[in-house]
Design a protein around this ligand. Structure first.
Ligand SMILES: *Cc1c(COP(=O)(O)O)cnc(C)c1O
Length: 353
């Protein structure tokens, strides 16, 4: 079976480093567990490494962690579904919100079980995914403060996820200014200003000041050791904390070019292979679209991915003959990681060494 090898020791190191480096800027870390479906061993590793809370986009993952007795404040980082309000106030302490209709429902549901629910209002800063337009925020805050069972904990923003807009001095400065203005207008103190995700790291470490931002929600940088804007390695972090291993099931010399009339494959038109005018060693690995995103795999040096389908990954390796039964280890990007985590065909192998 293909397997994800998850190294808790490396995840612990990455988390501690990021918590320490951001701590020197007065920024706390919420550990985002969505890419690992709230896997309890990883959740506990993040908590033991200094994150202040766990954050996930899916209520199911938060339930999974609660059922496994993971002890933490839980944040829901996708706007709650109105229809799930009752479940959310039961399992989630804080949710990121943009709709008064939803907050109203959360207030009712919290009241029904005698609880208070905390919210962070998300502000649109240009990436055009979730967020309240800045000019509308004051009215939304005014209404939010009136709900009996809602605590307004702070404001936040999210960039780089839909349109790839970089967090910078300008948009982060705007978020700080908005926090100041809300505090002044309402005579309150927004205790959390959550600036964004792993793509905010470059802006923080450029060192030109972080203003009111005192929290980031980090997933990819912890798990993969890279910043998402240019996918550069973050110095001192492990980029191989999670690896994907699969087995060779065919190994033969074959022509470099296919023969016959070419039409579409199951996944559209395939790139035409390079003509190398000779037979070349090609191997098939038991790994495909059903297991991961083949485009997001980095093979070992000397091995090239030359094709993929639902269940097969075709590789060429000139230097080394890959015998049937040999295991090959790939690095994964975010897309390959989440697809492999979700796939029932991929074993999750957690080790701590
Ligand atoms: C996924 C997500 C994050 C974490 O993003 P990473 O790039 O994995 O650090 C943070 N905030 C929100 C709202 C998200 O959806």
């Amino acid at each position: 079976m293909p397997r994800l090898e998850i190294n808790l020791k490396k995840i612990r190191h990455n988390t501690r480093e990021l918590v320490k480096r951001l701590g020197s800027y007065g920024i706390s870390v919420s550990g985002v567990t969505k890419a690992v479906l709230g896997m309890p061993e990883i959740a506990n590793t993040l908590l033991a490494s200094g994150v202040i809370e766990l954050a996930d986009s899916r209520i199911e993952n938060i339930q999974r962690m609660k059922l496994a007795s993971v002890k933490s404040n839980m944040s829901l980082i996708r706007s709650p579904m109105k229809s799930q309000a009752a479940m959310i106030v039961e399992y989630v302490d804080t949710s990121l919100n943009t709709e008064l209709d939803v907050i109203s429902e959360l207030s009712k549901a919290a009241g029904a079980i005698g609880r208070k629910h905390s919210v962070i209002l998300m502000v649109e800063l240009g990436d055009l995914r979730e967020g309240i337009m800045p000019e509308d925020l004051e009215n939304v805050v005014r209404s939010t403060l009136k709900f009996p069972n809602i605590i307004l904990k702070g404001i936040g923003a999210n960039l780089a996820c839909r349109c790839g807009i970089e967090p910078d001095k300008q948009n982060m400065g705007q978020l700080s200014a908005i926090a100041d203005s809300i505090d002044n207008t309402f005579g309150i103190i927004l205790s959390v200003v959550s600036g964004g995700n792993s793509s905010n790291l470059n802006w923080v470490f450029e060192g030109e000041g972080t203003g009111r931002i005192n929290n980031l929600r980090l997933g990819e940088s912890i798990l993969l050791g890279r910043e998402p804007l240019h996918r550069q390695k973050i110095s001192g972090l492990h980029t191989d904390a999670v690896l994907l291993v699969a087995e060779v099931i065919e190994s033969k010399r074959k022509p470099s070019l296919p023969w016959g009339k070419i039409a579409e494959t199951a996944f559209g038109f395939a790139p035409v292979p390079l003509n190398r005018n000779k037979n070349v060693p090609q191997a098939i690995i038991a790994l495909g679209q059903m297991d991961t995103d083949p485009e997001g795999l980095t093979p070992p040096i000397g091995i090239n991915i030359i094709g993929s389908s639902s269940d097969h990954l075709v590789v060429a390796s000139d230097q080394e003959w890959l015998p049937v039964g040999r295991e090959v280890t790939f690095q994964v990007n975010y897309s390959a990681l989440i697809r492999a985590m979700i796939s029932p065909f991929v074993t999750k192998d957690v080790k701590d060494e």
